[in-house]
Design a protein around this ligand. Structure first.
Ligand code: TYC
Length: 106
């Protein structure tokens, strides 16, 4: 009788865990038109807060002016909220009703 049977350790196959890497949902920052904020002020805010060049800022401002609103950019929720708040605050500090809002992307 064999004194010790050395068994091969049974290694059950590890359950395969498929790493589910989900992209964080992105949020749109939307610029709303109003009748009071000067166009040039809107352009300056877009340049400062959203790092746009003058051409892009002007085009975005004009789209909001003509259509009522314009999607500016998409960010993670935190960044979108912070930028929208910061930009809206700049208007407020200067006595303008300029307003930026955010909404999730589909
Ligand atoms: N409509 C404003 C005006 O005529 C300019 C403006 C454009 C204001 C876009 C807000 O999101 C805006 N002075």
């Amino acid at each position: 009788m064999p004194d010790k049977v050395i068994e091969k350790p049974k290694v059950s196959p590890a359950t395969k865990v498929k790493p589910k890497v989900e992209r964080p949902k992105l949020w749109k920052v939307i610029l709303l038109n109003d009748d009071f904020t000067p166009r040039e002020f809107v352009v300056e805010v877009l340049k400062a807060v959203f790092r746009m060049n003058r051409e892009r800022a002007y085009a975005v401002m004009m789209t909001a002016h003509k259509k009522g609103a314009c999607v500016i950019a998409v960010y993670t929720r935190d960044v979108a909220d912070t930028k929208a708040k910061e930009a809206t605050e700049l208007g407020k500090e200067n006595g303008y009703p300029l307003y930026f809002t955010t909404e999730p992307e589909e």
